[in-house]
Design a protein around this ligand. Structure first.
Ligand code: FAD
Length: 316
């Protein structure tokens, strides 16, 4: 079922979770163990991220360099299918521009249709670890809006090759990313919002946001979106804090601010258990306020602490 159908049929705020594919070589059992405590809360859907493989350049004896893959998280599509079959829940594979040609993207979308997956979250992806800025694959998409256009085309039965025989229209429900604190590359919030509107005008069905720790920023973002004519559902993305290191890692990696009250409380913590308690209470406070404000879905980034997220959801 489509994310938007879940939302339109819901009588109350829904719950959804994001998980990462296991690293190459690890079995799917680890992912099931991660999901088990979360599934008790009957999520409407589970997102599965997509990660480009990471590589380094190794010097050969003759002085030339060879590209060596050092980390891989393959399998987003098949993991979605496995989760759907095991838990009878809808899944949302993330689809990125980085690392894919348009033909590979078309094949991935055809596979998703065969697997009975109704949703995709369309993203640009970040720069590869050894690049200073995002570089599209030769023959690949530069922006999420370009990838979105390809999915919209496929939904209209328009494939890359006019001559392709036996094609069918797909019917994907398409999500896109939004940034309550601005995407870090955008020159300002207004420009970022105009590009977000472009994605919606092209056919995006809903928006999921980057994590934020100050609900006022989310509410202001929604207000700004509505004021420029973005009417689709906007789903807040939420993440628990559970280590002191995240005080610096989260702002650096995701280009977000932590509110002073939260950072002061975390700095006072003496042990990891104290940090987890503060993180859990903050997440609970955010969740309750957002639910009261009538958000369609509370979407949790569960990486690292599925049990903590499950306990917070239980208490909402
Ligand atoms: P875009 O919408 O393409 O925007 C990228 C930048 O370009 C923005 O600054 C925007 O303002 C600007 N822009 C957009 N269109 C244009 C245009 N036509 N001309 C000029 N500028 C333009 N990354 C992964 O690798 N895998 C994942 O699974 C993943 N999941 C995510 C899930 C969520 C909910 C979120 C919020 C992010 C996720 N990311 C993931 C990270 C995401 O890929 C990065 O934030 C990336 O840098 C931007 O992706 P986007 O889809 O927002 O890009």
């Amino acid at each position: 079922m489509k994310v938007t159908d879940h939302i339109s049929q819901a009588k109350d705020t829904l719950i959804s979770f994001e998980v990462l594919p296991p690293l190459k070589g690890k079995g799917i059992e680890a992912l099931y163990r991660h999901l088990d405590p979360l599934m008790a809360h009957q999520p409407a859907f589970i997102n599965v991220t997509y990660h480009r493989s990471e590589h380094v350049f190794k010097k050969r004896a003759d002085g030339s360099f060879e590209k060596v893959v050092v980390r891989k998280r393959p399998g987003t599509e098949s993991i979605c299918a496995a989760i759907m079959n095991k838990y009878n829940v809808d899944t949302v594979p993330h689809l990125i521009c980085g690392g894919f040609s348009v033909n590979e993207t078309e094949d991935a979308l055809i596979n998703l249709r065969y697997l009975g997956i109704d949703n995709v979250l369309v993203l640009r992806g970040d720069a590869a670890k050894n690049e200073t800025a995002f570089e599209p694959e030769p023959g690949g998409h530069k922006y999420a809006s370009d990838l979105l256009q390809q999915v919209v085309n496929l939904n209209a039965g328009v494939y890359l090759e006019d001559e392709l025989k036996g094609t069918h229209k797909t019917d994907f429900c398409i999500g896109v990313a939004g940034y309550p604190e601005k995407h870090f590359e955008a020159p300002n919030m207004d420009t970022d919002l105009q590009y977000l509107k472009k994605k919606v005008d092209l056919g995006a069905d809903y928006i999921i946001t980057q994590m934020f720790f100050d609900n006022e920023k989310f509410h202001a973002f929604v207000k700004n979106c509505r004021s420029i004519g973005i009417t689709v559902p906007i789903i807040p993305g939420l993440k628990p804090i559970y280590t002191k290191k995240q005080l610096t890692i989260l702002p650096k990696t995701f280009h977000i601010d932590l509110p002073t009250d939260l950072s002061n409380e975390l700095l006072r913590c003496k042990t990891d258990e104290d940090v987890e308690k503060v993180g859990a209470e903050w997440l609970l406070m955010q969740s309750r306020e957002l639910k009261k404000a009538g958000v369609p879905v509370l979407h949790y980034y569960t990486l690292g602490r599925p049990k903590l997220v499950a306990e917070v959801v239980e208490r909402i």
